[in-house]
Ligand binder design. Structure first.
Ligand SMILES: [Mn+2]
Length: 375
């Protein structure tokens, strides 16, 4: 359950029937698979996650693949969509030798059913094939809105735990319940996922996250972990850093940077993390356009607010978004809007409306303060 102690009352959770409380998750999955498998024939399960997977998605994919092979004798295939940009995430794929099919070239009829990790049916950043049904969902994000939910059937195995810090921890729990010893590769993958989503257990953590972190770390390849967490960075990284710094503005508790076109969409989330570290910054908002979409990231200090409601109000019905705890991400299709500058003006106006006037003393509420001018 939710072990956070420093948070204000969280909004009423949007709960739809998750797993029945009296059945262990592993046993529920076993029962679902026993029911469905006779219909599968030669077809394989397909493992999917959200576009441009992050370390938690990659760790959860590796853990689920390991579980389905070791415990259930299945031969799953994993496919991903969207390029992976963040240098740490690219290093994770390379170091762990992870191999994925390209989602866009799949023949959906080859697969018996879909398993989703770190995302859910109905999320805008998660493409789903026509044909094979979604059999299992493992996630820790809030379920989609009521309308989006009404459009998709609840999968037979739907394990969504809002309080847990990482989906990799949830999958670790299945492996532990099955008594499966982690190999160094799977342990390293799980460890990267838990570290990334919980900032080394400093964020929303539960007992399960703590156990998953220590047990996977104990069995991980430490040299590989070090190479993944401090990879070489391309020169373009430094160019985008400089541009973000020059565009960023401070408005009381908010630091925001709307960057126009970016070369690397991951830099949006990365800069939002970076700005939140500034003293007295309570929330950060960073946006940038890439490949037909405008990407937006919100990060918060939990004593101030959860990220989700802030993102909801900044987007005000434009695009799609998701989030949990201190983190939210959104996307707007640029074909749906009147250009990047106009969109950025709207986002900026809505963000400023959320900044209470008492926080704006000392800075021009319209222009904000350049970060380099702060005392
Ligand atoms: Mn996650």
């Amino acid at each position: 359950m939710d072990a956070r102690s420093n948070t204000q009352a969280r909004p009423a959770p949007l709960v739809r029937a998750s797993l029945p409380p009296d059945v262990a998750p592993l046993e529920h999955l076993r029962a679902v698979l026993e029911t469905l498998r006779p219909e599968w024939g030669e077809r394989r399960p397909l493992l999917l996650t959200h576009r441009s997977p992050d370390p938690d998605a990659l760790g959860a994919l590796a853990a689920l693949d390991f579980l389905l092979r070791r415990e259930f004798g299945l031969d799953p295939e994993t496919a991903t969509s969207g390029k992976i940009f963040r240098a740490e995430n690219q290093a994770m794929v390379q170091e762990l030798g992870l191999e994925f099919r390209d989602y866009d070239t799949l023949d959906a009829s080859e697969y018996a059913g879909v398993f989703l990790v770190d995302t859910q049916p109905g999320f805008g950043h998660t493409p789903l094939p026509d044909g094979p049904p979604v059999v299992g969902v493992f996630d820790h994000h809030r379920p989609p809105s009521d309308e989006a939910r009404a459009a998709v059937a609840t999968p037979p195995h739907y394990d969504v735990r809002l309080g847990v810090g990482a989906t990799s921890s949830i999958l670790y729990g299945y492996l532990a319940d099955a008594g499966i010893e982690l190999d160094p590769q799977t342990a390293t993958a799980i460890c990267c996922g838990v570290r990334f989503d919980t900032a080394d257990l400093s964020l929303d953590v539960t007992e399960l996250d703590t156990t998953a972190y220590y047990e996977s770390f104990r069995r991980a390849d430490r040299r590989m972990l070090a190479r993944i967490s401090r990879p070489l960075l391309p020169q373009s990284y430094y160019q985008e850093l400089q541009r973000s710094l020059s565009r960023a503005r401070r408005h009381g508790p908010l630091v925001f940077a709307l960057l126009g076109d970016v070369k690397n969409p991951e830099s949006v989330a990365e800069m939002a993390d970076f700005f939140l570290r500034m003293e007295d910054c309570r929330w950060s908002l960073v946006g940038g356009a890439f490949d037909g979409n405008y990407h937006l990231s919100v990060r918060t200090d939990l004593a101030y607010s959860e990220a989700y409601p802030l993102m909801e109000q900044v987007l005000d019905g434009e695009g799609s978004f998701g989030g949990r705890g201190t983190v939210a991400g959104g996307q707007v299709h640029l074909t749906d809007v009147d250009g990047v500058p106009a969109l950025e003006r709207r986002l900026r106006a809505r963000a400023l409306r959320l900044v209470a006037p008492e926080h704006l003393k000392g800075s021009d509420p319209k222009r904000g303060t350049r970060l380099t001018r702060l005392p």
